[in-house]
Design a protein around this ligand. Structure first.
Ligand code: ZN
Length: 462
């Protein structure tokens, strides 16, 4: 199978050839842990989770290494600690836990490694030393800065010219900078800020890294100086990824940091830029109170990852209904123990074509339609194809009966519903259709849909 991926660096869709097919390596920039993840943060997590599943299928389960970092030292975290009076370590550990819980609810597996920035300070200091030695960085006023003019390839990823880069980076034109485009590798910390000893500045060089440096250090440590895929949101192309490339290529004397740079598109919410004042700022945590995680995941995957995505609650309601239909089709089909790795070629081809999840999903919808009309001999094979394809996308792994009965938040317990259904069966047996219809209507009013079939009566929450 040929895999093609769109590379931001070359702006083309290229055939993907891993540096080492026995160890396909992917690094994705992870969360800065100071607050609940919003739905825009969840998009890259879900997208690259599907890519990791797909790569594991293509190259072998044990031949893929997926690393996603945790940024646990950042000015946003320091500011949150000042605002709330909480310890930095309390904020980062509770936010990290919430992130893990929320992403698990979206069906995203843990990456193979999840390194934390604060556990890689010596590696970062070592990179800075290399950069200073090679003339790519300089110390000024307790800071260490990367000298952008020392790297001729700077700007190749984002395609920005110099002025656009200075404006886009929104960096202050600090007096200690030789060039306004230079960016911080290390900065001094006051005694009440997180800090580590370093060779630069007063107070034993007590300071902390600039944000970009951590990803150069952690990717090199866990994946090597060059690796296959580097991913993240489109907003990271500049300055974050541009700066990562500059640091890594200059420190390690390599032409490339990663072969392929993949970026997911922007996320809008209810047709506008997400903002707390517009009431369209959705945290995953809050959305999970209203919707199943799987519906959120499906809604995210219905748009191709490179396209902008307009996230809407209506879209979640629609995704929930579509999942209901999938689980209705899968209901009462028992596991026959047959091979669940039978993913149809057209699903694999869709995913191999720059991770075309909307196309893959359309094939799943077709399989569902086929399943509904198939005879009992062909049903098991179609069921397996549907479940295997769903598994790769991180969908359809719930127990259909449990999904359809849903959580009891409508006041009627499962037992009460069963009692009413039994009363209706009795009424029908006595030809008391008035009572039987009344019970059906009463259940419907409580959001319970009942269906009479050859195997008896089944029910689900709508
Ligand atoms: Zn990064």
């Amino acid at each position: 199978m040929t895999i093609k991926l769109h590379n931001t660096l070359t702006k083309t869709k290229e055939v993907f050839t891993p540096l080492d097919p026995k160890n396909v390596r992917m690094y994705v920039c992870g969360p800065t842990v100071y607050d609940f993840a919003h739905i825009g943060n969840a998009r890259p997590v879900v997208v690259f989770d599907v890519l990791a599943n797909f790569l594991r299928h293509a190259y072998g389960k044990n031949n893929v290494t997926y690393v996603r970092n945790i940024t646990d030292v950042d000015d946003k975290i320091i500011n949150r600690a000042i605002e709330t009076g909480e310890d930095i370590s309390t904020i980062t550990s509770k936010t990290e836990k919430a992130f893990h819980d929320d992403m698990a609810a979206l069906g995203a597996s843990q990456p193979d490694m999840e390194p934390r920035a604060t556990e890689h300070i010596p590696e970062m200091i070592s990179i800075i030393n290399k950069l200073i030695e090679k003339g790519h960085a300089y110390e000024a006023d307790g800071h260490v800065l990367f000298s952008v003019s020392s790297f001729s390839e700077y700007g190749a990823l984002s395609g920005r010219n110099r002025d656009e880069m200075i404006a886009g980076a929104r960096v202050e034109v600090a007096p200690y900078k030789k060039d306004p485009a230079d960016f911080v590798l290390w900065k001094p910390s006051t005694d009440d800020q997180p800090g580590w000893e370093s060779p630069w500045g007063p107070n034993n060089g007590r300071g902390r890294p600039g944000w970009h440096l951590e990803c150069s250090a952690m990717s090199e440590k866990h994946l090597g100086e060059t690796f296959d895929i580097h991913g993240g949101g489109q907003d990271l192309i500049f300055p974050h990824h541009e700066n990562e490339i500059a640091q890594s290529c200059c420190a390690f004397d390599n032409k490339i940091m990663a072969q392929v740079w993949m970026h997911n598109g922007y996320l809008m919410s209810e047709g506008e830029k997400m903002s707390k004042s517009l009431g369209n700022f959705y945290t995953v945590h809050d959305l999970l109170d209203e919707f199943p995680g799987e519906a959120i995941r499906l809604a995210l995957l219905k748009t191709h990852y490179r396209q902008p995505l307009d996230f809407r609650k209506d879209g979640l309601r629609e995704a929930k209904k579509e999942l209901d239909e999938f689980y209705l089709a899968l209901r009462n089909l028992s596991d026959d123990g047959s091979n669940l790795e039978t993913i149809p070629d057209d699903v694999l081809n869709a995913l191999g074509d720059d991770l075309n999840t909307p196309k893959a999903l359309s094939i799943l919808f077709d399989l569902k339609t086929k399943l509904n009309t198939a005879d009992s001999d062909t049903k098991p094979a179609i069921r397996n194809q549907l479940l295997a394809s769903g598994k790769m996308l991180g969908l359809l792994s719930a127990n259909p009966e449990e999904w359809l009965r849903g959580a009891s938040s409508d006041g009627l317990s499962d037992d009460t519903i069963e009692e009413k259904i039994n009363a209706r069966i009795e009424a029908r047996a006595n030809k008391d259709f008035a009572t039987s219809d009344a019970i059906r209507d009463e259940l419907l009013e409580s959001g319970i849909i009942i269906e009479d079939g050859a195997d008896g009566t089944s029910w689900r929450r709508s």
